[in-house]
Design a binder for this molecule. Structure first.
Ligand SMILES: NC(=O)c1ccc[n+]([C@@H]2O[C@H](COP(=O)([O-])OP(=O)(O)OC[C@H]3O[C@@H](n4cnc5c(N)ncnc54)[C@H](OP(=O)(O)O)[C@@H]3O)[C@@H](O)[C@H]2O)c1
Length: 253
C-alpha cells in the first residue's frame, strides 16, 4: 500500500487549485480534489494517475451537509489528510456597495467564509489527534487592502486572514500548522467568474500588465509544505511585480 502523503485541495477544477493538484501529483502525493464540476474533476483524475492516486469529491463547499458527507465517505486510503488547501472561492461583481446584488454578497460569504469553515472543522480533529497536519488558506491581498467595488469580497478575505491567525492560537501545542497566503492579481478564471462570463471585461483585468500565474501560487504552496515542521509561515502576501498599493484617495469639491 502506498504511504505517500495526502493533500486535499478544494476548488481544483481551475486556477490555483488545479495548478496545485498538478504539482503535488507530479511530486508523488496522493490527492483529494474537489469542485462543483464533475467532468473537470474526472478529467483531472485521469490526468493525475487515476483513482488510486486521485480521489474526486464533487460538492459545493457552501453546502454544509455535502461537505460533511464528502469527508465522512472518504475511502480509507485517503482518510488521513496531511495538508488541506482551502482554495475554493470567488468574487462576484465589482459594483459599489449601494448597487451590488445581495445574492452575490451572500454567495461570497457562503463560499469564501462558510465553505472554508466547514472544510476546516471537518479536517482538524484528525490532525490534532495525530499532532500533525497543515492547513493552507487562500486569502487575498483584498483582505489587507480595500479597493472600490471590493466590499464583501475584501471582507470575506479579511475574515480568512483573522480566522487563520485565531485558529493558530487554538492549535498552539498541537503541531498543526496554518498559513494564510494572500495573492494579488492572478490570471485564472477568477475574473471570468467575477464578471459572469463576460470574457472581454475579464481579459481587460490582465491587459498590459503581468499578473501572477496559477503556477506561482502552486510553487509557493509547495515551498511552504516543505519548510521544516517547526516553522510556521503565518501569512504570506504575494503580489505581481507589476502591482502595488496606491495612496489614500480624497474627494475634493
Ligand atoms: N485570481 C486572483 O486574482 C486571486 C487573487 C487572490 C486570491 N484569489 C483566491 O484564490 C482562490 C482560487 O481562485 P482562482 O483565482 O484559482 O479562481 P478560479 O480559477 O475561478 O478557481 C476557483 C475554484 O474554486 C471553486 N469553487 C468556487 N466556488 C465553489 C463552491 N461553492 N464550491 C466548491 N468549489 C467552488 C471552482 O470550482 P467549481 O466552479 O468547479 O466549483 C474553482 O475550482 C479563491 O479563493 C480566490 O478568492 C484569487
Amino acid at each position: 500500500m502506498s504511504t505517500s502523503p495526502v493533500i486535499m485541495i478544494t476548488g481544483a477544477t481551475s486556477g490555483f487549485g488545479e495548478a496545485c493538484a498538478r504539482l503535488f501529483a507530479d511530486k508523488g502525493w496522493r490527492l483529494i480534489i474537489t469542485g462543483r464540476r464533475q467532468q473537470r474533476l474526472d478529467e483531472l483524475q485521469q490526468a493525475l494517475g487515476g483513482a488510486e492516486k486521485t480521489h474526486t469529491c464533487c460538492f459545493d463547499v457552501s453546502d454544509r451537509q455535502a461537505v460533511e458527507q464528502a469527508f465522512s465517505s472518504l475511502p480509507r486510503s485517503f482518510s488521513q489528510i496531511d495538508v488541506l488547501i482551502n482554495n475554493a472561492g470567488l468574487a462576484l461583481g465589482l459594483e459599489p456597495a449601494h448597487e451590488t446584488r445581495l445574492d452575490d454578497w451572500e454567495s461570497m460569504v457562503d463560499t469564501n467564509i462558510k465553505g472554508l469553515l466547514y472544510c476546516t472543522r471537518s479536517v482538524l480533529p484528525n490532525m490534532v489527534e495525530r499532532k500533525a497536519g497543515y492547513i493552507i488558506n487562500i486569502g487575498s491581498v483584498a483582505g489587507n487592502w480595500p479597493y472600490p467595488g471590493g466590499n464583501v469580497y475584501c471582507g470575506t478575505k479579511a475574515f480568512v486572514r483573522q480566522f487563520s491567525l485565531a485558529v493558530r492560537a487554538d492549535l498552539l501545542g498541537s503541531n498543526v500548522r496554518v498559513t494564510n497566503i494572500e495573492p494579488g492579481n492572478a490570471e485564472t478564471e477568477f475574473s471570468l467568474v467575477r464578471f459572469k462570463d463576460d470574457k472581454s471585461r475579464a481579459d481587460k483585468v490582465y491587459e498590459g500588465t503581468v499578473a501572477l500565474r496559477a503556477e506561482d501560487v502552486a510553487n509557493t504552496v509547495w515551498w511552504l509544505v516543505n519548510t521544516p515542521e517547526h516553522v510556521n509561515v503565518t501569512t504570506m502576501e504575494l503580489m505581481p511585480t507589476h502591482e502595488a498599493n496606491g495612496p489614500m484617495s480624497f474627494h475634493r469639491e
